[in-house]
Design a protein around this ligand. Structure first.
Ligand SMILES: *Cc1c(COP(=O)(O)O)cnc(C)c1O
Length: 229
């Protein structure tokens, strides 16, 4: 399927999943995850009218998006991969939303950079709901304290929580947990759901779904998707 048709299919599946649980389709933001794909693959999706995209590496995003931003001023770029503190400066200047805040050092660096760049980004805290050692994100038991610290000490206005469920587990359990943590911390945003499970995520309240392969096709297998490396 071509990218234009693929994204139309995903958009209508989102609407259907939303209606099935009595939610408004426009309460869910579709982030088209374009990591590993070049501008040639991205253009048809832009032509279809889509403007919200996700990338997992700062450097890769810098090689693709600055020119497109000139051309499409209404773009919204989401960083969905891990952020190293030496990339914070670039990330705050390129992206509109960061989904992967998971430690004090990064939260503080982002707060400082937003101040010096006079930019206000939407920020999500990543939670390692499966407590997988190789995966980024806070342990669920640390979320409340971290969110309080971000708000009170760093004056960060957080949008929500994000998770990537373990590959071999029922995602619904993790989506439900993320929803409970968001409720407990008074956060409205839930970034959860990928190509394989976005409909389930919507059932559990996702406000942002991150969909790559269902739109762009399969990525080369060797890339480590979830950690960025
Ligand atoms: C790659 C990636 C996605 C998209 O994955 P698909 O299975 O291709 O939809 C979503 N979220 C994160 C954090 C990713 O790294």
């Amino acid at each position: 399927m071509r990218a234009k048709e693929s994204i139309e299919v995903v958009v209508s599946r989102i609407a259907e999943a939303a209606r099935a649980v009595g939610r408004a389709p426009d309460s869910i933001r579709l982030i088209a995850v374009s990591k590993t794909f070049g501008v040639d693959a991205i253009r048809p999706v832009l032509s279809a009218g889509h403007r919200t995209f996700g990338e997992n590496r700062v450097q890769e995003a810098q090689s693709k998006w600055p020119d497109l931003r000139q051309e499409f001023p209404d773009l919204e770029l989401h960083l969905i991969g891990p952020l190293q503190s030496n990339k914070t400066r670039d990330a705050v200047r390129l992206f509109d939303v960061i989904h992967t805040i998971d430690r004090v050092k990064i939260a503080r660096a982002i707060a400082n950079e937003m101040h010096s760049a006079a930019r206000h980004l939407q920020l999500f805290v990543q939670v390692n709901t499966g407590e997988e050692p190789q995966k980024a994100g806070l342990s669920p038991t640390d979320v409340k304290e971290f969110v309080t610290m971000c708000r009170d000490d760093l004056k960060l206005d957080l949008t929500g929580l994000m998770c990537i469920p373990p590959i071999d587990e029922e995602p619904a359990v993790h989506f439900a947990l993320l929803g409970q943590l968001a409720e407990a911390t008074g956060l409205k945003g839930l970034s959860m759901g990928m190509s394989a499970d976005f409909e389930t995520a919507i059932e559990f309240g996702a406000t942002h779904v991150r969909v790559g392969s269902a739109i762009f096709g399969a990525r080369p297998a060797a890339k480590t998707d979830l950690r960025g490396a």
